[in-house]
Design a binder for this molecule. Structure first.
Ligand code: ARG
Length: 545
């Protein structure tokens, strides 16, 4: 079932021949929607706009949906949905378990690559954003009935492990006893040591070779570093209330054994060539080739990602690949996708999408960093928000601030603003939900049965709310298509806004009979839409605040 506005728009289009671009009416007296389609057609039809409008109105069969149509001003067509039709639509929606979100008839296997922090380092704001955005997309796709395979492409491999292991051995540390915070301190120490001490640097490089060749002692320490890091990540995920678990882990090292096969494929197809001792792929439109294997024989970040694409398509049978990673990696992903297509790892009918996001800026509008100049870590942000509000509210504030902006935009981390219960914030939506819960609780305590039927829907404020609610399913489907969570945020914010107008103009508990029953049922549906929508954003819908 498509929503009423959608159905109406399709019928007008079939008569007018072009998209009627139905716009919400600016004033209640203009009905619910207006279209300027007649004005746009007038020229090509060589007729005055009002005449075109008259022709369209005469040919349109929408009596089952609308009150008699009106032509206004220079030739606008005004549409007013019939109250009984609207009432039936929201009553039906209330009876649906998913409140109008339709499960897809063509479920896909979608791989979402998100979070992906690096071993021996705390998660920073970039990983926070990736975790929050990726988790939202995961929840949206799941709600629509897709099969989602989350892949946490943790940075657990690379030359940095040479210096880490070497430093651990030198200091005589038992790596299994470290916390993630200790590991990060160790990382900084090892890095400084590497830069300042030639001998140490040479040993660290030799250590990388031992790690790669599978040396027992080296691998044991490496594994311990991974374990303590993952424990730290899991603590962060629990605090963030994201869906990620150990089942989703597929770090860079997952692909080690497969890299020689990837290379063999690339060479056999002639995709990769040896250039100055390195194995590279040239793709049109890129100013630099992709380096698959360095001159020293080591594989880089790009090789791992090629192997990952190959596995996700070949073994997981993915129909769609999504990568939630910061905007600075756009070139990397464009190139990985192009090379993967060229190599035949990524068929033309499998889209690969980089959901790139901007930076989190400090209150001064500059790159968010600590006084020491290092990236702010995620725990610090959560702590800061929790100084202002209880944990579920603080978390809602952070997640909503992150999701409600266009992803590509940088946004300012302004704790004071984002914990407000007014304005376009997460806590405001939680508050709207809690207030509905309170109304329904009170109805129950007054012995009122909340019926499942919306029979009366006469007031403009309740019609406006009902009309918005009917759009829920479309908005969720749109987020799955466009991968733009801010559209769901904007929608829920509109719902909360329409709800407050409704409260102002339509008494609920103080009304009577069928009107009260209908309004209570409308409250139930609004609460359900807010709760499910917030859940898709990864935000807890609270019953009390
Ligand atoms: N670990 C990387 C980083 O912190 C992000 C990895 C993203 N995923 C991928 N498949 N490359 O920058």
């Amino acid at each position: 079932m498509s929503s009423l506005p959608y159905e109406l728009s399709a019928r007008v289009q079939s008569v007018a021949g072009i998209d009627p671009e139905l716009r919400p009416a600016t004033k209640p007296q203009f009905g619910h929607f207006q279209s300027n389609v007649a004005l746009r057609l007038a020229k090509s039809e060589g007729q005055p706009p009002r005449a075109v409008a008259q022709r369209i109105v005469a040919a349109l069969e929408v009596d089952d949906l609308c009150e008699p149509l009106e032509i206004a001003g220079p030739g606008f067509i005004n549409f007013r949905l019939r109250a009984d039709v609207l009432a039936r639509a929201v009553t039906d929606q209330l009876a649906e378990p998913a409140a109008g979100v339709q499960r897809t008839e063509t479920p896909q296997t979608v791989v979402i690559d998100y979070s992906a922090p690096n071993v021996a380092k705390q998660m920073h704001v970039g990983h926070l954003r990736s975790s929050i955005i990726g988790d939202c997309l995961r929840r949206v796709l799941l709600a629509l009935g897709h099969r989602v395979i989350a892949q946490n492409h943790v940075g657990d491999w690379g030359t940095q492990f040479g210096m880490l292991v070497e430093q651990i051995l030198e200091d005589g540390i038992d790596a299994s006893t470290l916390t993630l915070v200790d590991a990060e301190a160790l990382y900084l120490r090892a890095n400084a040591h590497f830069k300042g001490d030639e001998d140490f640097a040479a040993r660290a490089r030799a250590r990388v070779v031992r790690l790669q060749s599978g040396d027992e002692e080296t691998r044991t320490i490496w594994r311990q570093l991974i374990e303590i890091s993952e424990a730290g990540f899991n603590a962060a995920y629990a605090r963030l209330n994201v869906l990620l678990t150990d089942d989703d882990l597929a770090g860079e090292s997952t692909y080690n054994d497969d890299l020689p096969n990837v290379v063999a494929d690339l060479e056999a197809s002639g995709t990769a060539v040896v250039d100055d001792g390195a194995l590279v792929v040239f793709v049109e439109g890129f100013n630099a080739p992709m380096i698959v294997r360095k001159r020293d024989g080591g594989f880089g970040y790009a090789a791992t990602d090629l192997a990952a694409v190959r596995r996700r398509v070949g073994q997981f049978h993915a129909n769609r690949l999504i990568y939630v990673v910061g905007a600075p990696q756009s070139f990397h992903f464009d190139q990985v996708f192009a090379v993967a297509r060229k190599a035949g790892f990524l068929p033309a009918d499998v889209p690969a999408q980089h959901v790139a996001f901007g930076q989190v800026l400090g209150p001064d509008g500059k790159k968010f960093s600590t006084r020491e100049g290092t990236a702010v870590n995620l725990m610090t942000l959560l702590d800061a928000a929790e100084e202002q509000a209880a944990p579920p509210i603080a978390l809602a504030a952070i997640k909503y601030a992150d999701l409600s902006n266009g992803l590509n935009k940088d946004y300012v981390f302004d704790v004071d603003r984002m914990v407000q219960t007014t304005g376009n914030t997460g806590p405001y939506l939680q508050y709207a939900h809690a207030r509905l819960a309170q109304v329904l609780r009170r109805a129950e305590s007054e012995g009122l049965v909340v019926e499942e039927k919306i029979a009366v829907l006469d007031e403009p404020a309740e019609q406006a709310l009902a009309l918005l609610l009917t759009r829920f399913g479309e908005v969720v489907a749109d987020v799955a298509d466009t991968l733009q969570p801010h559209r769901l945020c904007g929608y829920l914010y509109d719902v909360a806004g329409a709800l407050s107008v409704f409260y102002e103009q339509c008494p609920v508990l103080k009304s009577d009979g069928e009107v009260r029953a209908s309004r209570l049922a409308l409250c139930t549906l609004t609460k359900k839409v807010l709760a499910d929508g917030l859940d898709m954003l990864g935000i807890e819908a609270l019953d009390r605040m």
